[in-house]
Ligand binder design. Structure first.
Ligand SMILES: C[S@@+](CC[C@H](N)C(=O)[O-])C[C@H]1O[C@@H](n2cnc3c(N)ncnc32)[C@H](O)[C@@H]1O
Length: 201
């Protein structure tokens, strides 16, 4: 955990995201920046929520995926909290600069025992669903998802196996297969957010 905090010392995902959004707006892309609003988990809080959720509701889970992984903090939190249970930790991020940062942190931590089975993919999660729909635990940081992203998420949920856990922030799932198991306000990197854990039936 200390080594991870050190690797993130000079990483500011908020500032990277702000610069990318400004550049896109300067180039005339406005709507495209709507779903890109940035925020980060607190590694300790997210690790604790994940540990409790997986232990209670998905004890046989093997794969975790974050479908808007930013600089990768939730993926590393999962790897640290669950490295003796889960085998694979996947992050998908649409902003190349954020994805590159996650890959740099991963390179930095290569050799650490806690950091095994991590992969980051650059792209739109809903165009490369094959990278994550098979996961047993999926984190969808939905607070700033647009309605369009929410409906693409709802469509993707239809492809998930029964028993898959989905964790959302702020926004609820409408899918009839999704049953809410837990809702909790957790500290976020800035402020706090409501996290909800859903099981796909
Ligand atoms: C609120 S941030 C969460 C970052 C990280 N999951 C965390 O909690 O620390 C949401 C991220 O989702 C990314 N994002 C938005 N739409 C996406 C899409 N269609 N595919 C992949 N990433 C997306 C944004 O660029 C942003 O980095």
């Amino acid at each position: 955990m200390d080594q991870l905090e050190t690797s993130y010392e000079n990483v500011d995902g908020y500032s990277i995201s702000r610069k990318v959004k400004k550049r896109m707006r300067d180039e005339g892309f406005f709507e495209e920046t709507e779903g890109l609003t940035y925020g980060e988990v607190r590694i300790d809080e997210f690790a604790a929520l994940l540990h409790e959720s997986i232990t209670s509701f998905a004890p046989n889970a093997k794969t975790f995926a974050d479908i808007g992984s930013g600089t990768g903090k939730a993926v590393f939190a999962a790897a640290i909290a669950m490295n003796s249970k889960l085998e694979s930790f996947i992050g998908v991020e649409i902003v190349e600069e954020l994805h590159d940062t996650a890959v740099r942190v991963l390179d930095d931590l290569k050799g650490s025992n806690a950091i095994k089975g991590i992969e980051f993919h650059f792209g739109d999660s809903f165009e490369i669903e094959d990278k994550w729909v098979h996961a047993d635990v999926i984190f969808a940081p939905t607070t700033c998802f647009t309605d369009d992203l929410m409906s693409r998420l709802e469509q993707a949920l239809e492809k998930l196996a029964p028993g898959t856990l989905v964790i959302t922030t702020t926004r609820k799932l409408k899918c009839k297969r999704a049953e809410k198991l837990l809702a909790r306000r957790c500290k976020y990197a800035k402020g706090s957010l409501e996290f909800m854990v859903w099981k796909i039936n």
